[in-house]
Write a protein that binds this ligand. Structure first.
Ligand SMILES: *[C@@H]1O[C@H](CO)[C@@H](O)[C@H](O)[C@H]1NC(C)=O
Ligand SMILES: *[C@@H]1O[C@H](CO)[C@@H](O)[C@H](O)[C@H]1NC(C)=O
Ligand SMILES: *[C@@H]1O[C@H](CO)[C@@H](O)[C@H](O)[C@H]1NC(C)=O
Ligand SMILES: *[C@@H]1O[C@H](CO)[C@@H](O)[C@H](O)[C@H]1NC(C)=O
Ligand SMILES: *[C@@H]1O[C@H](CO)[C@@H](O)[C@H](O)[C@H]1NC(C)=O
Ligand SMILES: *[C@@H]1O[C@H](CO)[C@@H](O)[C@H](O)[C@H]1NC(C)=O
Length: 406
């Protein structure tokens, strides 16, 4: 059998094709024929034992799954590993005492063995990491959508509604008022709820009190014309006035704030006027600083289930990215930037370098290098993978608060 061809097709999948030609080249050039197979065997064993020595046999995806359960305990060790001494022995014999099997026996043999494998439900072989890369990503992308509500529920939150829901006012439990220094608050639509655990993890130790206010689909700076949002702009403001935070974060995905600006002067735009009035009121109740999330593109939620597939099938991702955008953030960014420039306590922070791919010039909401794992779910909330992507931004802001930035 031609080891090189078989190895090659696997390597292209897992992106190791830079190293492998050298491994084979060294094998051919330096070793006499009878030592070549043992050479490959030893390299294989080193790789295998190295993988086993990593703490758990779990791959990235399983770690992510543990995260999403809002469970901060260590991933459990599984039982599947370290019971392959028999397998190692077989490979050892085959490597050092090579017996050539005639192809009349080998071919039907392989066919029968493959059949046995397929019906035997041996998870460890057929569902190996390499074979299931894309399947796993697609599965997680679906799962993060079905688990939307539990992902928005913040483990440490004590909510003020009686329904056991993730919206309204929340005061985080487990905040140490002895060691903490600041009153820190986040407000915004469900995007703020999506950030809840992250804030607890990154800013929690700095807080005397950490709170969060979320009204689903209602923005704090502009009234969305729907029944549930009619009073929410005023309510957000009232919560901030009662809380008197030292630091406030406004984290809200744009709705109508992204609409085209019709007036020649942005100062005359009705949406901008409301934002400006509102930020002024809010600003009066904040002691030091307001960090305002700038806007990124709005993707189409229904495309999430295609992400792993287009990456797997090497589709033209630039085209996919373009088809994936529901609304570009140009006008939302103009309004936010103008508003912040007129608000001395305000400062923008941005996820554009996380979600805008400079190479292709497109907004991209999945991780090409991780089999198309999605950063957002169908409800456009950040997935655990997306939260890890933006964590450094929030961590950076919390560090600055820690230094007492005014
Ligand atoms: C392995 O686990 C130990 C203790 O559980 C930990 O200290 C170490 O950092 C882990 N190593 C890796 C590579 O995860
Ligand atoms: C591992 O397997 C042993 C025996 O099959 C069992 O007693 C034990 O509970 C298992 N441990 C875990 C962590 O599943
Ligand atoms: C808060 O921190 C102090 C000092 O580290 C510690 O003594 C106290 O037990 C902590 N309180 C809580 C509720 O964790
Ligand atoms: C801009 O004009 C269009 C059509 O004239 C209108 O539908 C839209 O509501 C206007 N947008 C704003 C923000 O006024
Ligand atoms: C992908 O599509 C874009 C836009 O249609 C095009 O400019 C680019 O050349 C395509 N890339 C490939 C590799 O086909
Ligand atoms: C940007 O897109 C290119 C082409 O698809 C890809 O190779 C690269 O990894 C992407 N960059 C990031 C940061 O994802």
């Amino acid at each position: 059998m031609d080891i090189f061809t078989h190895t090659w097709s696997l390597l292209v999948e897992v992106q190791f094709y830079v190293i492998v030609p050298f491994i084979f080249f060294i094998g051919f050039a330096l070793f006499p024929t009878h030592l070549q197979i043992p050479y490959y065997f030893v390299l294989g064993m080193i790789a295998y034992l190295h993988t086993e020595s990593q703490n758990s046999s779990e791959n990235t995806y399983q770690k992510l799954e543990n995260d999403e359960k809002e469970d901060y305990s260590m991933p459990k060790e599984t039982n599947e590993t370290n019971k392959n001494p028999l397998l190692i022995l077989i490979f050892l014999i085959a490597s050092f005492v090579p017996i050539e099997i005639p192809s009349e026996i080998l071919r039907p043999g392989i066919t029968v063995m493959t059949g046995i494998l397929m019906v035997s439900h041996r998870k460890s072989i057929l569902e190996s990491r390499i074979l299931t890369y894309f399947e796993e990503a697609a599965k997680l992308n679906r799962k993060w959508t079905t688990q939307d509500v539990s992902l928005l529920n913040v483990a440490t939150c004590e909510y003020d509604n009686d329904y056991g829901n993730w919206w309204g006012y929340c005061k985080h439990r487990g905040i140490n008022a002895t060691t903490g220094k600041y009153r820190i608050m986040t407000i915004g639509n469900s995007y703020a709820a999506s950030h809840g655990n992250l804030f607890y993890q990154e800013c929690g130790h700095l807080a005397i009190k950490l709170s969060q206010v979320t009204f689903p689909a209602c923005e704090p700076l502009h009234t969305i014309p729907r029944k549930s949002c009619v009073y929410s702009v005023a309510r957000y403001e009232k919560y901030v006035r009662d809380e008197k935070p030292d630091y406030l974060f406004i984290i809200s995905r744009f709705g109508l704030i992204g609409n085209e600006i019709n007036t020649t002067n942005i100062e005359d735009d009705s949406i901008f006027i409301e934002m400006k009035t509102q930020i002024k009121k809010i600003s009066d109740s904040v002691k030091y600083k307001i960090f305002v999330m700038n806007q990124i593109a709005r993707p189409k939620g229904e495309m999430v289930h295609k992400m792993a597939e287009v990456v797997k099938e090497h589709k033209n991702l630039t085209e996919f990215d373009i088809a994936n955008i529901d609304k570009y953030p140009k006008f939302a960014r103009l309004r936010y930037e103008k508003m912040v420039s007129g608000c001395p306590k305000c400062e923008l922070f941005d996820y554009n370098s996380q979600f805008f791919n400079e190479t292709t010039g497109t907004w991209r909401f999945y991780d090409e290098r991780n089999s198309g794992l999605s950063y957002i779910n169908q409800q456009l909330h950040l997935t655990p993978h997306g939260l890890e992507l933006i964590r450094p931004v929030i961590r950076g802001l919390c560090r600055r608060i820690e230094k007492g930035i005014k």
